[in-house]
Structure formats: structure tokens, C-alpha cells
Design a protein around this ligand. Structure first.
Ligand code: UD1
Length: 418
């Protein structure tokens, strides 16, 4: 079981490179199922979620090989994945639904149930695919989708990231024109569209709420490097904001991070974009208000890391979580370190300015784990962060190593089995 020892680290400084975005890589890997030809992807991050997605592609019949930082995928003959354990491991496995349905005319998947941060239903994926003509049944935790698809107008009741991605992927090989209205606008979706376009797809409106896909007969091989991870960069930016330091996040796409950078700037951190990436100087001092929204609003994935920062500002910060119904699990753990936080439904009130002190805390989900590691940097003494489910390795490439490179005192160890 991985665990992390974190000691008080008041001053971060130096340079660190941002990894490729997990949330761009996962749908792009799923999209590799749309063609028989070879897909070559560069700069793949070393994450267990990426390994799980590669295993899932193999379970669908694809040949997926890692070569250093590159991944090659060939999906000559594919079908529904045979292993259900893989599907339960990772929520993003639902992303193979659209590609498999479009490519083979059917897909049977064991669905992941609820997860720690919320129920995470797939009704929007299903409704959209039904609009395209699929017959979809859900029974006993299994979803069966089948049918020849045809272009249609789809309106999403909520701009779900995963549903938008599934529908775009399905529409690329669907006869006729598909219009997705109220689509999610996250940069990772635009990146998926750019990758699909490199495979020969016809897509207009990438990165907007109105996406138009004109189906083609087949897609071809492509070589691609996905975008840098705005959430990893944002987490490192929050680490910098907790200290008095000076940090360069090499390769960070500040145009994807506006909402967070506004919050940090308002709080007193100097955020500067230059040719190499994002430079941060100074400490967050003023309290903040943050309401999580779909992109370009403030990202729910940054809520927990920014809350760690808010505990060390002077005054009352107010956070509102509107995307996931159970995304304040880090609060109990932050309170173990001495943070003063009150949660009322979707609202969290953070009374900043109380010193933190080291304690034993547990990672409840991916972004919670990151927030606790950050809070540990600001806590006097030693913090022990247990991560029994390996959340950090799922979604951050060596966060502890990157923080260490900036001068933080963080070590990863393996706890003996209980
Ligand atoms: C993606 C990201 C995740 C991020 C989230 C929101 C990936 C791999 N993961 O997850 O890091 O936190 O976007 O920015 O890219 N919903 C429904 N019905 C559906 C689908 C979603 O009600 O069919 C709800 C969810 O329960 C949730 C909200 O919509 O409350 C947002 O979910 P969605 O945008 O779909 O997130 P994911 O794609 O799962």
C-alpha cells in the first residue's frame, strides 16, 4: 500500500515539467479502437489509469504496446471487452462504448457502479446513443448497446465530458451529420477532436458547445501528442501558492487554466505566462470564493487542491461544489491537520489562517489525495498520507517527485500489509 511522508516545506522553488493530460490520453486511447490502422501516441504519462486503459484495449482485442514514452495501438479486430474487473477499476472505461458501437454495431459492458465522489450515472451517454439509433438495455450492471447508427441532433441536458466524448467518437463513423448541442467544452474534448481529425474525421466546433460531426466510411492511422495536464499544472500551482517560493511550471498551458489563475491572482500570487510555461511567485494571502462549473468555469478537479491553499489564507473562503454530489471527502482529513472547515450541503466555509500540524491522513479519491499532500507541506511536523487504493498513481505522474524537485520534503514509502 503506497504511503507518503510529508514534512513542513515552507518554500518551493525551481522548475518542473508538466506531464501529458490524463483526461486527454484516456479518450484518445479509446478512440484508437475506431481504426484498423496503427495509432502512435507520444509523451504518454506513467499512470496506472493509462495502464488500465491499455489493458482494456487489449481486452477488446487490440494490440497495445508501450515503447518508452510512446504507445502504439492496432485495433484490427475488436469487440466487447471480456474482463469485467477492468471495467469496474476505472470510470473512464465507459469511453469504449461509443467507439465499439460505431465500429462493430454492438457493445456489451459491465458498468462501474457509483464511485466515491458521486453516483456518476451514464444516462446522458445512453440517451445520446439512443438518439443516434442505438438500442440500449441496462440490466444487472450490464449495458448492451446495438444497432446501425445514423446522424441526428443530440441535446445534452448537462454538458457531461464523458458523454460528449462518447458521442463524438460514435458519430465519426456514423452515416450522416450529428449535431451535439450543449456539449462540454473542456480542452481535453477539443484535443480528442484534433486527434480524430488527424485520423480523418470531419468535425466542426471542437471546444465549443455546438459540435458537428459528419460521418465518414473509415478512419486511418495517426501520430499524435496530447495536451499538457492543466489539472496537474494547477495542483503544482496550488503547491507554489501555499509557499513563499518561486516556481516555473514548464509547458503549462495557461490558456487552459484561466479560472484557477484568476483565483490565485486575486489571492495575491503573481502568475506570469512566458514562452516556457507558467511562473508563480508569492503566497496566497486573501480568502477566495470558488464555484465549480463546467469549463471554462472553475474545475471541480481543482476544488480540493485549492481548498488546501484556502486553509492558509487570512479570512473566510467560500466554496460551492456543483458538479459532483460527494466531493468534500477531503474535508474530514484536512480537519485532522487542524483546518477549520464547515460543510453545509454543496457549500464549504473555510476559515483560513489557522496553523496546520502533521497527522495521519487517508486519501479518499484522486484530487483529495493531492490536496492532502499539499496541506502536508504547510503543516508543522510530519504528515503521513496513506493511499490504500493508489489514487495518486492513477492520476498524477510522480507528484511527490515533482514536489521534491521543487524542494519539498516528500517521500513515497510502502506501508507493510496490514
Ligand atoms: C470527467 C473527468 C473528471 C472530471 C469530470 C468533470 C475524465 C476521464 N474525467 O469525468 O476528471 O472531474 O469530467 O469535469 O475526463 N452525469 C450524469 N449523467 C451522465 C454523465 C454524467 O448525470 O450520463 C453527471 C455526473 O454524475 C456528474 C456530472 O454529470 O455529476 C459531470 O460528469 P462528467 O462531465 O460526465 O464527468 P466524467 O466524464 O465522468
Amino acid at each position: 500500500m503506497p504511503q507518503y511522508q510529508i514534512a513542513y516545506s515552507p518554500r518551493l522553488s525551481g522548475e518542473v515539467a508538466v506531464s501529458t493530460a490524463k483526461n486527454a490520453v484516456l479518450p484518445i486511447l479509446a478512440a484508437a479502437l475506431l481504426t484498423q490502422e496503427e495509432i502512435l501516441l507520444h509523451q504518454m504519462p506513467r499512470l496506472t489509469d493509462v495502464d488500465h486503459m491499455l489493458d482494456l484495449l487489449r481486452a477488446c482485442g487490440a494490440d497495445a504496446v508501450k515503447e518508452g514514452r510512446d504507445v502504439r495501438v492496432r485495433s484490427v479486430a475488436v469487440g466487447s471487452p471480456r474482463e469485467s474487473a477492468l471495467l469496474r477499476t476505472m470510470r473512464a472505461s465507459v469511453l469504449v462504448l461509443g467507439p465499439l458501437l460505431a465500429r462493430t454495431g454492438e457493445c456489451v459492458l459491465s458498468m462501474p457502479g457509483g464511485c466515491a465522489i458521486g453516483q456518476r450515472p451514464i444516462d446522458l451517454h445512453v440517451k445520446g446513443l439512443q438518439k443516434l439509433g442505438a438500442k440500449v438495455e441496462q440490466e444487472g450492471g450490464v449495458v448492451r448497446a446495438a444497432g446501425a447508427l445514423r446522424g441526428a441532433n443530440v441535446y445534452l441536458d448537462f454538458p457531461s465530458v464523458g458523454a460528449t466524448e462518447n458521442l463524438i467518437m460514435a458519430a465519426t463513423l456514423t452515416r450522416g451529420v450529428t449535431r451535439i448541442e450543449n456539449a462540454a467544452k473542456e480542452p481535453e474534448i477539443a484535443d480528442l477532436c484534433h486527434f480524430l481529425t488527424a485520423m480523418g474525421a470531419r468535425i466542426a466546433g471542437a471546444g465549443t458547445a455546438n459540435i458537428i460531426v459528419e460521418g465518414v466510411e473509415s478512419l486511418h492511422g495517426a501520430e499524435y501528442t496530447p495536451i499538457p495536464d492543466r489539472i496537474e499544472a494547477g495542483t503544482l500551482a496550488c503547491a507554489a501558492a501555499l509557499t513563499e517560493g518561486s516556481v516555473l511550471l514548464e509547458g503549462a498551458r495557461t490558456d487552459h487554466m484561466r479560472a484557477l489563475l484568476f483565483k490565485l491572482s486575486e489571492s495575491g500570487v503573481i502568475c506570469q505566462e512566458d514562452a516556457r510555461g507558467l511562473r508563480l511567485r508569492g503566497k496566497a494571502r486573501h480568502p477566495m470564493e470558488a464555484r465549480t462549473l463546467s469549463y471554462p468555469g472553475f474545475p471541480t478537479d481543482m476544488q480540493a487542491p485549492l481548498m488546501a491553499v484556502a486553509t492558509q489564507t487570512h479570512g473566510l473562503s467560500v466554496f460551492l461544489e456543483t458538479i459532483f454530489e460527494n466531493r468534500y471527502m477531503h474535508v474530514v482529513e484536512l480537519k485532522r491537520l487542524g483546518a477549520q472547515i464547515r460543510v453545509e450541503g454543496q457549500l464549504a466555509l473555510i476559515q483560513g489562517g489557522h496553523g496546520l500540524s502533521g497527522a495521519h491522513v487517508t486519501a479518499t479519491d484522486l484530487r483529495a489525495a493531492a490536496a492532502l499532500m499539499l496541506a502536508g507541506l504547510a503543516a508543522q511536523g510530519q504528515t503521513l498520507l496513506s493511499d490504500p487504493a493508489g489514487h495518486l498513481m492513477r492520476g498524477y505522474e510522480g507528484l511527490e517527485e515533482k514536489l521534491s524537485a521543487l524542494g519539498a520534503d516528500v517521500k513515497k514509502t510502502e506501508a507493510p500489509p496490514a
